[in-house]
Design a protein around this ligand. Structure first.
Ligand SMILES: [Zn+2]
Length: 339
């Protein structure tokens, strides 16, 4: 009996298995009800009384060792991840939550879509720009306040390099390398040196449009603006233009639309006026055309630009600009239906 136990102990210590099936075979051979160790247990009653204590201890040791060895081999398989037999192909998959488009992307894409149907193609440019493309080429005077450190982020070591303050820099980049007809739309992120609050942010998004060709007139601009407003805010939307000033357009105007919340009757949102401002526009200043290598005697053009946050606010009443960049999933989930 003792010899048999010793032999099994040696076998158990040398146990090896190459896969789960082999391991299971070992478990059956030694540890199952009809296994070798149980057979010995059954024989235990035949052991002479004076040997019972010693044999009993050896038997217990054998059983423990066998169980430990099997467990150790099993751990090896599990850690190797060898196509574990725990894999249950019939189990229902975990739900995969699809993300939603960001509200600014939804609105930006809608603007691009409207202008795309009018023949405008997308142009993009760098967010880190040089002074020429952001200011000089666009007719900003040397002492224009936008060039002030308080309004614009300059790179300290290179005062000529700025974070673009408007996407108009893309207009000059396109004009300097191409000749009319030019019909582009420039969506992108822009930066201003502003303290962050519910109504101002250090970065926001713009979409600008530029059309340069022979005989482009203010009438063309107005027609495009009206069409855009109706497509974006509904067929009943009215527009009005107020004279304004921008360095790169002459004449310049700001456009209001009839308040889409009260329908023009007057409400707190439009401060009782029935109108809300949505964009700036104008005829491209001849100086800008000339600075960018386009003959201002042959060609004219119009430009318009709007803040994507502003349009999104009007469409979805997002009153705090900070929500757009906080990535709060509760806020973003509200736009699931819009996408
Ligand atoms: Zn209103």
């Amino acid at each position: 009996m003792i010899a048999k136990i010793k032999q099994l102990l040696a076998e158990v210590e040398a146990m090896k298995a190459n896969n789960a099936e082999e391991l299971e075979a070992l478990r059956i051979k030694y540890l199952s009800k009809k296994g070798a160790i149980n057979d010995l247990m059954a024989d235990f009653r035949n052991v002479a009384a004076e040997q019972k204590r010693e044999v009993g201890m050896m038997l217990n040791e054998l059983k423990t060792k066998a169980q430990e060895r099997i467990n150790a081999l099993k751990d090896e398989f599990d850690s190797k991840d060898n196509g574990s037999c725990d894999l249950d192909l019939t189990r229902t998959a975990y739900p995969v939550k699809l993300g939603t488009r960001h509200p600014l992307s939804i609105v930006k894409n809608e603007i691009i879509d409207i202008f795309g149907r009018l023949g405008f193609s997308i142009a993009e440019g760098p967010e880190i720009e040089d002074d020429w493309h952001v200011f000089s080429a666009l007719n900003f005077a040397e002492d224009h306040p936008a060039r002030d450190m308080q309004d614009t982020f300059f790179i300290e070591a290179h005062p000529d390099i700025v974070l673009r303050t408007h996407t108009s820099s893309v207009q000059s980049r396109v004009m300097e390398v191409s000749q009319p007809p030019i019909r582009i739309i420039c969506p992108g992120r822009v930066y201003r040196n502003e303290a962050i609050s519910y109504r101002a942010h250090a970065f926001f998004h713009q979409v600008e449009a530029l059309y340069v060709d022979k005989n482009v007139s203010f009438t063309d601009l107005k027609q495009v603006l009206l069409l855009f407003a109706k497509e974006m805010f509904g067929a009943d939307t009215k527009i009005r233009l107020r004279p304004s000033y921008f360095p790169f357009t002459e004449p310049s105007a700001e456009m209001d639309i009839s308040c889409n919340i009260c329908g023009g009757k007057g409400c707190p949102f439009c401060k009782g006026t029935g109108w809300v401002e949505i964009l700036g526009c104008g005829m491209v200043d001849p100086n800008v055309l000339e600075s960018n290598g386009i003959d201002s005697k042959t060609y004219t053009g119009y430009a318009l630009g709007m803040g994507v946050e502003r349009i999104t606010n009007l469409k979805y009443r997002v009153n705090d600009l900070r929500l757009f960049s906080e990535n709060d999933i509760r806020f973003l989930k509200e736009f699931e239906a819009a996408y």
